[in-house]
Design a protein around this ligand. Structure first.
Ligand code: FE
Length: 352
């Protein structure tokens, strides 16, 4: 009995040592395997983003698997996959969508000294759920044959009776318009914003339809005199290889709204780490990488946007030709919080 017991004990001991040896040997390998992959779900799909991702793998050794899709489709996919989702990071556009994602709890808060130092506070979630990596401005474009510089200065002016049947905008249901309305609500109050929205509707040249590019082309075609659009759609047409696009742009002037008061309404493209992210360390590394000077340039130039990190360089002559302007520094989180109220204001104003 004693011998047998000793024998068993010795065997168990030997086993323990081998298991320990295997664990010890494997530990660094397993840790590497944990960090070696990052699964990204992104609503951005620009050719220049390729270099952005390749550079991440080159500098960190982390393989990047990317799934691209529409903003809403990816959001729904993450929700449906829930705890089984392989996604580590979700990138989308507009604070309206980031806010919605935050509200349903798909992001995991990230505390990062790098991100907090590099991204201005108004372009990120105070709780660390999402970070804004590029900025876009909602500007006014006008028909130079009909409108002179100084004729229209602020978003508030779009409600002026002088622009009756002269204004083109996309529908109120789109986050770009909801975010603009939300920002006006924060600055001017709900009642004033509703009055403004009613007058805006009265000034529409046609029922809201199409995207921002359609509004730009509508002004160029003489269907309206002024329109509200994100700057990158304008810059995209400036850089277009199609002569008709550049001919359209040549007819147009641009206004950075609200320069003598709060500044032009800004929005962001951004993302965050997901609650069920399987590769959390890699996810934080990727979020920090996106805030590096090099990544910022790729990230923003890919869609003719501005980096949110001040030290990042821009190399985009078309975008830079639009000049510098005063930006509204209203916190994105405050704009996000007003999304549903903004939709109600638009509905009451008859803005579809
Ligand atoms: Fe867009």
């Amino acid at each position: 009995m004693n011998i047998s017991k000793r024998h068993v004990t010795g065997w168990q001991l030997a086993m323990s040592y081998s298991v320990l040896a295997i664990i010890t040997l494997c530990a660094p390998v397993m840790a590497d395997a944990q960090q070696a992959v990052l699964n990204l779900y992104t609503a951005r799909h620009y050719s220049t983003d390729e270099a952005l991702y390749a550079n991440f793998t080159k500098t960190t050794g982390i393989k990047l698997n990317r799934i691209e899709g529409g903003e809403d489709a990816l959001f729904e996919r993450i929700r449906a996959e829930s705890a089984n989702s392989p996604a580590d990071v979700f990138i989308t556009v507009d604070i309206g969508r980031l806010w919605q994602a935050e509200q349903v709890g798909i992001f995991a808060p990230v505390r990062s000294a790098v991100l907090e130092a590099r991204i201005p506070p108004h372009f990120r979630d105070p709780a660390g759920g999402w970070f804004g990596y590029s900025a876009r401005a909602r500007m006014i474009v006008y028909d130079k044959s009909e409108v002179k510089p100084g004729d229209i200065n602020d978003y508030e002016d779009l409600a002026d009776a002088r622009w009756q049947r002269k204004v083109c905008v996309r529908s109120s249901g789109h986050p770009y318009m909801l975010s603009l309305i939300a920002s006006i609500m924060v600055h001017n109050g709900e009642a004033n914003t509703e009055t403004w929205a009613k007058s805006l509707v009265a000034n529409l040249a046609r029922p809201p339809k199409g995207g921002d590019t359609d509004q730009i082309l509508g002004v160029a075609a003489g269907q309206c005199a002024v329109a509200v659009v994100n700057q990158y759609y304008f810059v995209r047409l400036m850089r277009s290889t199609k002569p008709e696009d550049r001919a359209a742009i040549a007819k147009l002037g641009v206004v950075w709204p609200n320069q003598k008061n709060r500044g032009t309404h800004m929005n962001i493209s951004g993302g965050g780490m997901l609650k069920h992210a399987p590769h959390r360390e890699a996810a934080v590394k990727f979020l920090e990488y996106l805030a590096s000077d090099e990544a910022q340039s790729y990230f923003a130039d890919g869609n003719n946007e501005w980096p949110t990190v001040a030290s990042a360089k821009i190399n985009n002559p078309a975008l830079q030709s639009l000049g510098t302007f005063k930006q509204d520094t209203l916190a994105m989180a405050k704009i996000g919080a007003q999304q549903s109220s903004a939709q109600k204001v638009a509905d009451r104003a008859g803005y579809r």
